[in-house]
Each structure stands twice: as C-alpha cells, then as structure tokens.
Design a binder for this molecule. Structure first.
Ligand SMILES: CC(C)(COP(=O)(O)OP(=O)(O)OC[C@H]1O[C@@H](n2cnc3c(N)ncnc32)[C@H](O)[C@@H]1OP(=O)(O)O)[C@@H](O)C(=O)NCCC(=O)NCCS
Length: 154
C-alpha cells in the first residue's frame, strides 16, 4: 500500500530548501523558489503539501493549492522525475482534494501547458475536464494554457 511507504503532510520550514530544489529540477527557473514556498506557507490561504518517503522522510513531490470561497486551484504540483508513475501524484492529489473539499471547495481548477501531455493525461485520469484556453498564457516558451476543472463531489 502506498500509505505504508509514503506520507502526505504539510511542508515544514526546514524542508523548504529541498522542496525548492525539487521544483527547480522539474520546472527550471519557472519553479517555486524557497521564497515562493515560504510566502505560500506563511501567507495563510495556501495549502502546501509534500509527499515524503517514510523511510528517510525525503521529499518526493509537492503541491501548492489556493482556496478561496468555494473555489480552489492547483498552483504548482510536481513529483520528482525518478518517482513518477508509482501513484504518488494520485496520492497527493487525493489528499489535497479531500482537505480542500472539507474546507468548502466545490471546484478545483488548474492551468497546464498545452504541450504537457503527461500532466493532461494525469488530470483527465482524475476526472478533470477541459474548461477554457488562455492564449499565450505562459512565457519561455510562449504557450497556451489549458484550464481544467474538477467538481469536488460531497
Ligand atoms: C503530472 C505528475 C504530477 C503525475 O505524477 P505521477 O506520480 O507520475 O502520477 P501517478 O503515478 O499517480 O499517475 C496516475 C495516472 O495518471 C496518468 N499519467 C500520469 N503520468 C502520465 C504520463 N506521463 N503519460 C500518460 N499518462 C500519465 C496515468 O493514467 C497514470 O496511471 P498509470 O501509471 O497506471 O498508467 C508528474 O508527471 C509530474 O510531476 N510532472 C511534471 C510536473 C508537471 O507537469 N506538473 C503539472 C503541471 S500543471
């Protein structure tokens, strides 16, 4: 069982460097920096979760989620490249969706690069539906964002 090997929980201050390192490895300079994580953690309206190996508590992925009234969004989500397709992203997303739902969120939104086929497949697998296209939303390289949304059922 994945729960036996991994734990999803809030990221502690002393883990922010490791989280930023992971984000940079996945997204380069468009990732979450230590300061971005710090501000999200301290800001109060973000849910900043990590997924950790129970063996040594090393971080294997993270998600930053914002929640306001009945809507929530995934601001950043990543699993370390060598840890993918093992169900970690699913474990993290399900935990986050449960917490957001309990907090009153009814819909969960995200933006994803049009070319990010793996992530789009991942979200489709989790019943996110295509909702909109934001033209040239991203820089370096310029690219459209697909907006996807999932209804968080009670
Ligand atoms: C998207 C991401 C978070 C998925 O994490 P993950 O731990 O690999 O996902 P899971 O193992 O839980 O995958 C669950 C299912 O999603 C689908 N899926 C996940 N990654 C996929 C890929 N690259 N290609 C096709 N389908 C994929 C599959 O149906 C998979 O089930 P399967 O492995 O039994 O076929 C991870 O690939 C990632 O960090 N990508 C880089 C960062 C990124 O793009 N983040 C999202 C930006 S919006």
């Amino acid at each position: 069982m994945i729960e036996d090997e991994y734990k999803v929980r809030l990221i502690f201050d002393e883990e922010l460097d490791a989280a930023a390192e992971l984000s940079a490895a996945v997204f380069g300079d468009q990732g979450y920096s230590r300061r971005d994580f710090f501000e999200a953690v301290k800001g109060g309206n973000a849910l900043v979760l990590g997924i950790f190996s129970r063996e040594d508590m090393s971080i294997k992925g993270y998600g930053v989620f914002y929640h306001s009234a009945d809507q929530a969004e995934i601001n950043s989500l990543a699993i370390a490249a060598d840890q993918r397709r093992k169900g970690l992203g699913t474990f993290l997303l399900k935990k986050a969706a449960g917490i957001l739902k309990e907090g009153g969120a009814k819909k969960l939104f995200l933006e994803v690069r049009r070319s990010n086929e793996g992530a789009i497949k991942f979200y489709e697998r989790h019943r996110f539906l295509m909702s909109d296209v934001r033209r040239n939303f991203y820089d370096s390289p310029k690219e459209d964002a697909l907006v996807m949304v999932k209804v968080l059922k009670l």
